[in-house]
Design a protein around this ligand. Sequence first.
Ligand code: 5GP
Ligand code: ZN
Length: 122
Amino acid sequence: MKTKPSSFVSPDCLFCKIVAGTIPANRVYEDELCIGFPDINPQAPAHLLIIPKRHIASQARCTAEDAALLGHLMATATKVAQDYSLDGGFRVVVNTGDDGGQTVNHLHLHLLGGRHMKWPPG
Ligand code: 5GP
Ligand code: ZN
């Protein structure tokens, strides 16, 4: 199977524009594969988004070839949680597709913390 290059971007994608810097975001984390920045509409005292620099529309488009990148995003969420001193715990959410409540079609991890989370989510 042919894989997309690590620099792949989608021209009309909001988060690709944040990666490119044409839409501003406060990058609280950045490395060669991903960035982290605060959600514009926070749902918890700490609400960060961790996104790959490469455009992937959603988790539904991920395959075993993306396993290393997905693991890196999870490990990055842990690191950012530590940076934000979320010692009491935190939640990582990946909304996927219409039923999953996804509104931006570029894979992203929500990192939520700083308050007690309820279960099940709405
Ligand atoms: P989803 O609903 O797709 O799981 O999450 C998309 C998230 O992106 C939402 O929580 C929304 O508040 C956030 N968001 C949408 N537009 C922007 C933006 O321009 N900047 C930032 N920082 N977050 C955004
Ligand atoms: Zn994108």
